[in-house]
Design a protein around this ligand. Structure first.
Ligand SMILES: NC(=O)c1ccc[n+]([C@@H]2O[C@H](COP(=O)([O-])OP(=O)(O)OC[C@H]3O[C@@H](n4cnc5c(N)ncnc54)[C@H](OP(=O)(O)O)[C@@H]3O)[C@@H](O)[C@H]2O)c1
Length: 330
């Protein structure tokens, strides 16, 4: 099969498409012929060996996919050959075939194409649990989203608006902010245009209830300062490359809660909240209430270029890789 292979750790251009043997099917797994896969910032980190977990090269990166089930292991009943499915895996999605835990696959809802099904794997699930279970976002809340043009950020904009919050989107370009506004942001701030703290104070004189931060770096503290008394700040990731340090007096003075979210830990320690959020999110997807914004699509041969777009912070919403054209047409 053709697959995008990371043969040695490094920048995105270490990834090249090769012919390699299809992966063996293990117990409890299903083989999926991939129609589309989608990128996430952690893919860039895994290829560079800068993620929390290392995968020894050679390996096929890619953590979210949609396609058709081609084979199931003995005893698997969760899915059957011929099912259209979407799912997540740690690595392995940027290939014509991927083997995935059958229990992790979910049916593609009627009316959802495989590109959008693949793009709904990580960012929207992350954003939904962050907003609902961690931040306790309620209708009428003021929500500030950093990195609002990126995968997790734009998903948080869409879902925050769908949950009835008033969303302020913060990003680095007019293009990203235009998309954020189209996806539900009421207010937008270009943090490169001036002082973020002053801009937030001007736009939110009463303060924010919740800040979602997938970026970190220099943006975190001014965003935290924009919270009103009792506000919640959720740290989700550090796409800027810098883990921020927050003066604790800011937390003390306003009774602020600083909260963290990491998917594996959340899934392991809060299974009931996970299940409830997953069901609510599946319902939003099936009803067409939330549709991922696909900002760019690449063929499998250009996986390195797709990774570079994400690595540079230039992606808007989700970046998708078309894999098997015949499956995409299903
Ligand atoms: N906790 C979890 O379970 C979980 C799950 C998924 C992802 N994450 C993390 O969440 C973060 C965002 O992931 P994503 O998939 O949404 O990424 P993405 O689509 O690439 O978006 C990241 C955003 O970060 C900003 N940014 C600032 N400096 C950057 C730089 N040097 N390089 C790249 N981006 C930069 C950009 O926004 P501006 O417009 O402001 O520049 C960009 O839009 C990552 O750190 C990822 O590891 C965490």
């Amino acid at each position: 099969m053709r697959a995008a292979v990371c043969s040695a750790y490094g920048p995105p251009d270490v990834v090249a498409v090769q012919d390699i043997p299809a992966p063996a099917l293990g117990p409890g797994q299903a083989r999926v012929r991939v129609g589309a896969a989608a990128l996430n910032f952690p893919d860039v980190l895994i290829v560079a060996d800068k993620y929390q977990l290392s995968v020894p090269p050679p390996f096929v990166p890619g953590s979210e996919l949609a396609g058709v089930v081609a084979e199931v292991a003995d005893g698997v009943t969760a899915v059957a050959v011929g099912d259209l499915v979407a799912g997540t895996t740690f690595v392995g999605a940027f290939a014509e075939e991927a083997v995935v835990a059958a229990e992790s696959l979910r049916p593609v809802p009627d009316g959802v194409d495989l590109r959008h099904a693949a793009a709904f794997g990580v960012a929207h699930h992350t954003a939904y649990h962050v907003l609902r279970s961690v931040a306790g976002l309620a209708a009428g809340d003021e929500l500030v989203v950093l990195g609002a043009g990126g995968g997790v950020g734009l998903a948080a904009v869409q879902l925050g608006a769908a949950l009835g919050a008033t969303v302020t989107a913060v990003a680095s370009s007019a293009d990203k902010l235009a998309v954020a506004r189209a996806e539900g942001a009421r207010r937008t701030i270009d943090h490169r245009a001036g002082d973020l703290r002053a801009a937030l104070r001007e736009q939110l004189p009463g303060g924010a209830d919740v800040v979602v931060d997938p970026v970190g770096g220099d943006l975190a503290e001014p965003a935290l300062r924009a919270l009103r008394w009792g506000g919640r700040f959720v740290t989700v990731g550090y796409a800027s490359g810098t883990i921020p340090r927050i003066p604790l007096n800011l937390v003390l003075l306003k009774g602020i809660q600083i909260l963290g979210f990491e998917f594996r830990g959340f899934a392991a320690h809060a299974p009931e909240a996970l299940a409830q959020g997953e069901a609510e999110l599946a319902d939003l997807q099936a009803r067409g209430r939330v549709v991922p914004h696909i900002g760019a699509t690449f063929p499998l041969a250009d996986t390195a270029a797709a990774l570079q777009l994400v690595a540079d912070g230039r992606a808007i919403g989700k970046v998708v890789i078309d894999v098997n054209d015949d499956v995409l047409g299903c």
